[in-house]
Design a binder for this molecule. Structure first.
Ligand SMILES: Cc1cc2nc3c(=O)[nH]c(=O)nc-3n(C[C@H](O)[C@H](O)[C@H](O)COP(=O)(O)OP(=O)(O)OC[C@H]3O[C@@H](n4cnc5c(N)ncnc54)[C@H](O)[C@@H]3O)c2cc1C
Ligand code: FES
Length: 349
């Protein structure tokens, strides 16, 4: 049994098989809707069912207020039709040259940039081209079939290794391996399997609005790729990069950002530290990074925001920036949700 889904604004239609989510079916039909975690944890895929019957999941119940749910708001990454549907959502893109592929990759370099941050470089097969938009992410497909998502930290350069910035989450299946010691630890030459590119977090080049880039911790990875793309494409829109961490060491590529700030007249870098210790001798901005943006710019109505990193930073920014006038469709985000967030959601049900 398949159901027909119609996107109200554009009249695009696609079929959803029994048991398939609206997001998965759209992607399978080369219609890219906004998404990030694909697990009902980040709100990126939130949309509205205008007519028809459907079944949504735990993320919709936990993250969307009841009044909005009553009007049909739901997360398309977990919503399954029970009849033909008409939905409201943005189409990010229709089919392009970029194809999602499963590929083997080889670890070529591992460099610790902070106690809990590893920059890992991976070589894709020379026989295959791996195209992506700066800002997108890949997933590792682990031996047990589970997946872990990591943002691509460089703009796409044909045949060059891809770069990831991986933060150690103690007790985590994959990052304990990356940061491990002994026989089971990740090593140069290790072969892994990835799928990608994924996600709708990339620079909207058609806009001329000033850009705010908001990064927390390793959320800097896709932001770095986007800045490289801005530089390479000669885009001269004003760009303000706010990068937050608990301590200065969390802003692990501070020198690169300062170099961009020195070199590019339209680029400003504002590092923000929330829990500096006296020995850090931190002289810069303090507090929460999403709040620093609001301290500088009270009215966000004319801006575009690209936010990436810890889920709490992304959800706080989404709420506060909407109140500061940022149109919902100008907030682009990748929230680094993990198994811990899903467990938390399960416990809240
Ligand atoms: C779109 C996207 C992009 C991302 N990009 C990046 C990136 O560029 N860089 C980056 O560092 N991260 C990124 N992440 C996060 C990343 O995918 C992983 O979630 C993270 O690295 C943890 O993986 P892990 O296997 O080590 O931990 P997991 O095994 O997933 O565990 C995560 C944490 O939860 C705890 N945990 C696990 N199971 C339970 C349980 N049952 N009860 C309680 N606690 C539990 C673990 O101890 C650990 O601390 C991204 C996430 C998304 C969704
Ligand atoms: S909640 Fe659906 S993509 Fe994250």
């Amino acid at each position: 049994m398949a159901y027909k889904v119609t996107i109200e604004s554009s009249n695009h239609t696609f079929e959803v098989n029994e048991g398939q989510t609206i997001l998965d079916a759209a992607l399978a039909n080369d219609i890219i809707l906004p998404y990030s975690c694909r697990a009902g944890a980040c709100l990126s895929c939130k949309g509205k069912v205008v007519s028809g019957e459907y079944e949504s999941g735990l993320g919709t119940t936990n993250l969307i207020p009841e009044e909005e749910r009553a009007e049909g708001a739901c997360l398309f990454c977990e919503t399954k039709p029970r009849s033909d549907l008409t939905i409201q959502t943005q189409i990010v893109k229709l089919a392009s040259a970029i194809q999602v592929k499963k590929l083997p990759v080889r670890v070529t370099e591992m460099e610790k940039k902070a106690d809990d941050v590893m920059v890992v470089k991976l070589q894709t097969p020379s026989s295959d081209t791996f195209l992506y938009e700066a800002g997108q992410y890949i997933e590792f497909i682990l031996k047990d079939g589970s997946r872990r998502a990591y943002s691509l930290a460089t703009r796409p350069i044909e045949k060059a290794p891809i770069e990831l910035h991986i933060r150690h989450m103690k007790g985590g299946l994959f990052t304990d391996h990356v940061f491990g010691t002994g026989n089971t630890a990740m090593k140069v030459k290790e072969i892994l399997r990835i799928e990608g590119p994924l996600g709708s977090f990339f620079l909207r080049k058609e806009s001329d609005k000033p850009i705010i880039l908001l990064a927390s911790g390793t959320g800097f990875a896709p932001i770095k790729a986007i800045v490289e793309e801005i530089i390479e494409s000669g885009i001269l829109r004003p760009v303000s990069l706010y990068w937050g961490g608990r301590r200065p060491a969390d802003i692990y590529m501070m020198d690169l950002c300062k170099e961009w700030d020195d070199r590019l007249p339209h680029f400003t870098f504002i590092p923000v530290v929330s829990d500096a210790l006296p020995e850090d001798n931190w002289q810069g901005r303090t507090g929460f990074v999403h709040q620093a943006v609001l301290d500088d710019i009270a009215d966000l109505s004319a801006y575009q925001v690209y936010a990436c990193g810890a889920p709490i930073v992304i959800s706080s920014a989404r709420k506060a920036y909407a109140q500061a006038g940022l149109p919902a469709e100008e907030f682009y985000a990748d929230s680094f949700t993990s198994a811990a967030d899903l467990v938390h959601q399960e416990q809240n049900k």
